[in-house]
Design a protein around this ligand. Structure first.
Ligand code: GUN
Length: 283
């Protein structure tokens, strides 16, 4: 094994501590805490764990956490009415509706109902458009966390060849936009890409966000490349990433582990986005 293992847990802890200190400053000036509302529909075990972690981290950062747990059979109208009330609530700076939602609810109808200026997930099309056109908005937490890890590892990313595997609205597309903003040469690969191995092999930066365990093979990686594994796949062997970690770590320059890589950054960036929202709304 030759690659540096990128410690996302340590990077996230450092970011959360910076946010905590900045939150103290905000509270002293504004006379109120930044507030994050998290909405959970149903009792999916993984989602419940995420929501609990978000609530704990919000409070640890010195922010106010508003948790709304709704039954699995809540109607779309009731959920939208809750979003409307959170949009109007002055104490709420950020709103996150945990996904996935039950099948009878149209996710788009709910995420597009959130006020774009409280959309700390960055999922609203207005925020996707702002990111694509260089305006200030909210950037989805996971891709922003990846960029932070990359810059910490590599410094300036200008001119580097980056390959993003996956084209989801939540990770792949915003990741490509962020890498472009850092002046990388960006390729977005996906399930229909021909000869993925050779596409990946020319990359200085590989970001894997496909949701297929160990899909990216060690021999695809260019020696010395930096590999960011966004995959969190639950298998019989526990949590595994989208990258064959052992194979890739023997050729890469640096690589994120799963767990303990990208995952912890997501919540830290969510807190960052909530603090940014509080500052903007306080004027
Ligand atoms: N489900 C899994 N990850 C996320 C996330 O980052 N935001 C929301 N809203 N739901 C999720």
């Amino acid at each position: 094994m030759s690659a540096t293992i990128i410690d996302g847990k340590a990077a996230a802890a450092a970011l959360r501590e910076r946010i905590r200190l900045q939150t103290e400053g905000f509270v002293a000036r504004a006379g109120r805490k930044p507030g994050l509302a998290v909405v959970l529909v149903g009792e999916d075990p993984a989602s419940s764990v995420y929501v609990r972690s978000k609530g704990k981290a919000t409070i640890a950062a010195g922010m106010a956490s508003f948790e709304h747990k709704l039954p699995i059979d809540v109607s779309q109208d009731e959920l939208i009415a809750l979003v409307d009330s959170l949009n109007a609530d002055e104490a709420v700076d950020g709103i996150l509706v945990q996904l996935p939602l039950p099948k009878h609810i149209d996710e788009q109808a709910v995420t597009t109902r959130i006020d774009p200026d409280k959309d700390v997930d960055g999922f609203h099309p207005v925020n996707a458009g702002r990111l694509a056109t260089g305006l200030n908005g909210f950037v989805p937490c996971t891709p922003y966390g990846c960029i932070m890890l990359l810059k910490e590892q590599l410094g300036d990313l200008t001119g580097l060849d980056a390959v993003v595997i996956g084209r989801s609205n939540i990770v792949g597309k915003p990741m490509a936009q962020l890498l472009l903003k850092e002046s990388c040469t960006v390729t977005v690969a996906h399930s229909r890409t021909r000869d993925l191995a050779s596409v990946v092999h020319r990359a200085d930066i590989v970001v894997a966000a496909v949701g297929v365990p160990h899909m990216v093979k060690g021999e695809w990686i260019k020696p010395g490349a930096t590999v960011i594994d966004v995959g969190i796949n639950r298998t019989e062997d526990g949590l595994v990433g989208d990258v064959d970690f052992a194979g890739a770590a023997s050729v890469a320059g640096a690589i994120t582990p799963v767990p303990g890589g990208v995952g912890p950054m997501t919540i830290a960036v969510l807190l960052r986005n909530t603090l940014i929202s509080a500052h903007r709304r306080a004027g």
